[in-house]
Design a protein around this ligand. Structure first.
Ligand code: SAH
Length: 347
């Protein structure tokens, strides 16, 4: 059976081939994305034969919700078990009127950032377009009928720029008025910084916000924290980020996970300020969220303040990200393929 959520424009082609008028695909998408239908049979303004034809050929859902956790700050996390048994996590965040979701792009991650839970078991495979869309719809269904998703960040497990072929069609659906209708301005792709893929994004699709995970102001330190940096280097990453900005006109975001005693010293802040000076960018500083079994620690409040002061003095546009959902391990870098067993005992 084919995954219905994998279909983008192919849906109207399918309708044509099966002798149905094109507007049927619009109705169908309305059922899915606006009315949050669960089965083809819920779609009562489609004829019974069409519903049967669809149900014979397609399945709408391929994943199971293996776990659903809710934190007291309103954050909810779903652990999805995919058709082949692979596991991914995705998160709904509530902040005033915002209803943001953080979705995964791969089962696991190959980037190996030393402080992050998602890469601990390596990467298994890329998600399909349908699996991206399924995360969006599953999370949307956690909201009451009168609420809509407002923002998407592709910042969960995996490296989205290593899976652009499947991600971009999914974001087309997310941003289409006949899909989830979320403005591309409210969609952010976060990358460890893969220059060739950044170049491709600049060329093919500069509608979305781009966030680049830096974590270090020089190559020596970045090579330690983000091992793929040995093949890329900060210079190329920043050059590609600038190119993206030129094409998109969108302010760039740089992310910096603040690790106690590792990259949180005033000299790091000074170097970072020098590196980013003159760029129309927002620096998103994320105090480290602890990961069971890893030795890294959240910097003290005083160290965080010192770091911030240096950057503010240098005139950088800076934001400290609030920790959300960490009581259910749903915060940045806490999403993982497997539930920690041995690891959490050691922690
Ligand atoms: N691969 C992409 C997207 C996933 S990571 C990327 O690297 O950007 C999303 C963000 O969470 C990154 O900025 C990442 O560095 C950060 N992160 C990872 N582990 C973290 C942790 N334990 N605490 C805080 N932030 C973390």
């Amino acid at each position: 059976m084919r995954h219905f959520l994998d279909l983008d424009d192919e849906l109207s082609v399918w309708m044509g081939e099966h002798g149905h008028p094109a507007f049927r695909s619009k109705q169908l998408r309305q059922w899915l994305f606006e009315k949050r239908a669960v089965t083809f049979d819920d779609m009562t303004n489609l004829s019974k034969p069409l519903r049967t034809e669809l149900a014979d050929e397609f399945q709408i859902w391929t994943a199971q919700i293996a776990k659903h956790l809710e934190a007291s700050d309103g954050t909810e996390k779903l652990l999805l078990e995919l058709a082949d048994g692979g596991k991914i996590e995705c998160v709904l965040l509530r902040e005033e009127s915002r209803r943001s979701i953080c979705i995964s792009s791969q089962v696991g991650c190959a980037m190996g950032c030393v402080f992050c839970a998602s890469g601990l078991d390596g990467v298994d495979r890329n998600l399909t377009t349908g699996e991206f869309v399924e995360q969006m719809l599953r999370l949307a269904r956690l909201l009451p009928a009168e609420e809509r998703l407002s923002h998407i960040v592709v910042m969960g497990m995996g490296e989205p720029l290593a899976n652009l072929d499947r991600l971009l069609p999914a974001l087309d659906i997310a941003s289409s008025p006949t899909g989830l209708g979320i403005s591309p301005r409210r969609i952010t792709i976060s990358t460890v910084g893969l220059p060739p893929a950044m170049r491709r994004l600049t060329k093919e699709c500069s509608r979305y916000n781009l966030a680049v995970s830096l974590h270090a102001p020089n190559d020596e330190l970045r090579n330690q924290l983000v091992p793929v940096n040995r093949n890329t280097g900060l210079k190329d990453i920043l050059a590609e980020a600038d190119n993206y900005f030129e094409a998109s006109g969108r302010r760039l975001t740089f992310e910096y996970v603040l690790l106690g005693d590792l990259n949180d010293q005033p000299e790091h802040a000074q170097q970072l300020a020098a590196l980013l000076r003159g760029r129309p960018a927002l620096l998103n500083v994320i105090p480290y969220n602890p990961v069971a079994g890893l030795p890294y620690k959240t910097p003290s409040v005083a160290a965080q303040r010192r770091f911030r002061e240096v950057l503010e003095k240098a005139g950088l546009n800076i934001q400290f990200r609030q920790r959300k959902g960490d009581e259910i391990n749903a915060a940045c870098g806490q999403l993982r393929r497997s539930t920690p067993s041995v690891l959490s005992l050691e922690a």
